[in-house]
Design a binder for this molecule. Structure first.
Ligand code: SF4
Length: 435
């Protein structure tokens, strides 16, 4: 059968999709895109903000309305239903779909068996078919493989619904991770991203994340390995010192969430601003051309003008290569949802705009600083619609996007070449250099 995967939100969802995709392919099914009339669509939803919930619901409705024969819904938005919210309502989805649509929901407690649940639904479906729908398959969702090494979180960040949706920390065994990577390498994958709700919380007895990375470097033939994101309290010298091995990609996404210690305390974040800046400086001193990005929440309850000014001054000091900026949205079931002094939407918008303008300036300066740097690019695809078909994009090890115009029709997907950044450009939502 033809199966398409779609996700919203974080790379953990992408990792889960890839994992299930591999199981489906091994069972003889074919991976296709949403445009290829799939028999099954797996939608991995996101519930991190109110906006993400809205998008998840909208996306589920749209996919059901397209008449796939089976729609599988999973991920945080679906899990949060257990807490009294109903973001992807069956009736809502079914109202827009024709009768042939079968909707399967996979909740957190079912997740380890997600592939089995889907395969069993497929075999039931096939038992009613006369035609053999099996096809030889090939999976590849993107150029990099997302390897889930951990799930869940034991922290108590007061704004966070992900920890509610995902539950407590669980680490996957080393051997399982090595087997998955080796399996993907045999399929031709070149780059791997270790993902989890908190990648840095991975443990196995006394072994921690840096021990796992050493094992991966020693026992597999990975060409490029990166971390999806890592909390500041898990970012330690024994970890970043491993980055002398050039297979480790010099890009760290380290969520900070606010530049004010008072706000960080109210959020129950574990690393104060000074500690965060010290780690940034140490990483930059140790790893050439490293890029550091972060997440920041604007308008947390109780954030005064002075606290906001502290955040702006922190952004100037930190000089992030990129910042994912979110406006605070109260998530049901979290402590922050019931805090006094909620910030008005107008103030949130004003602060967001102020920060975004500053961040764009710094981003451009840092991109400009990359001009002339040599880099190794893993080519992914032709550029967005409307751009010359000879224009390809790929990513450097330090996660800079590179666009390059090739002279003639070439197929670059999966190739790795040495390039030099020659100029930079920033379009809305696309930051890139040109080779
Ligand atoms: S570290 Fe904080 S923000 Fe991240 S998942 Fe855990 S509770 Fe949520």
């Amino acid at each position: 059968m033809k199966i398409a995967f779609h996700y919203l939100g974080c790379r953990l969802n992408e990792a889960e999709n890839e994992h299930i995709a591999r199981d489906m392919v091994e069972a003889g099914h074919q991976m296709v895109t949403l445009d290829d009339q799939p028999d099954i669509i797996v939608l991995n939803t996101c519930g991190v903000t109110g906006e993400a919930m809205r998008k998840s619901r909208k996306c589920a409705r749209k996919l059901a309305a397209g008449g796939p024969r089976m729609l599988v819904l999973m991920g945080c938005a679906v899990d949060l239903m257990e807490n009294g919210e109903n973001p992807v309502d069956d009736e809502d989805v079914a109202a827009k779909s024709d009768d042939s649509v079968q909707i399967i929901r996979i909740l957190r407690k079912d997740k380890p068996d997600a592939s089995k649940i889907i395969l069993s639904a497929i075999s039931q479906f096939l038992s009613n078919q006369t035609q053999d729908l099996k096809e030889t398959a090939k999976y590849r969702l993107r150029m990099r493989s997302f390897i889930k090494i951990e799930d869940g979180c034991n922290n108590q960040c007061t704004y966070c619904s992900v920890r509610i949706a995902r539950g407590r920390e669980v680490s996957y065994p080393t051997q399982q991770i090595l087997d998955e990577i080796n399996h993907c390498i045999a399929l031709g994958e070149k780059e791997f991203v270790l993902t989890g709700v908190q990648v840095g919380a991975w443990k196995e007895g006394n072994r921690r994340l840096h021990d796992l990375i050493v094992d991966i470097l020693d026992k597999t033939a990975v060409r490029r390995l990166r971390l999806s994101s890592i909390e500041p309290w898990h970012t330690r010298p024994e970890l970043w010192q491993l980055w002398h091995d050039t297979r480790l990609c010099p890009h760290f996404h380290i969520p900070v969430q606010s530049g004010s210690d008072a706000v960080l305390t109210a959020m129950k974040r574990r690393t104060p601003i000074d500690g965060y800046l010290e780690k940034m400086a140490a990483i930059r001193a140790e790893i050439p051309h490293v890029r550091i990005s972060t997440d920041l929440i604007v308008g947390f309850p109780g954030e005064t003008d002075q606290m906001w000014q502290e955040t702006l001054s922190f952004i100037r000091q930190a000089q992030f290569d990129d910042v994912h900026l979110f406006r605070f949205s109260a998530r049901p079931g979290t402590i922050a949802a019931d805090l006094p002094d909620q910030i008005s939407p107008v103030t949130k918008h004003k602060r967001w705009y102020e920060a975004e303008t500053l961040i764009a300036d710094i981003r451009r300066q840092r991109l400009n600083a990359a001009i002339g740097q040599p880099c190794e690019v893993l080519w992914e695809n032709i550029c967005e619609k409307g751009v010359d078909k000879n224009c390809w994009y790929g990513y450097s090890k330090n996660y800079l996007r590179l666009n390059r115009w090739f002279d003639a029709d070439v197929y670059m997907r999966g190739n790795v070449t040495s390039e030099t950044f020659s100029e930079c450009d920033i379009e809305p939502n696309i930051k890139y250099c040109v080779g």
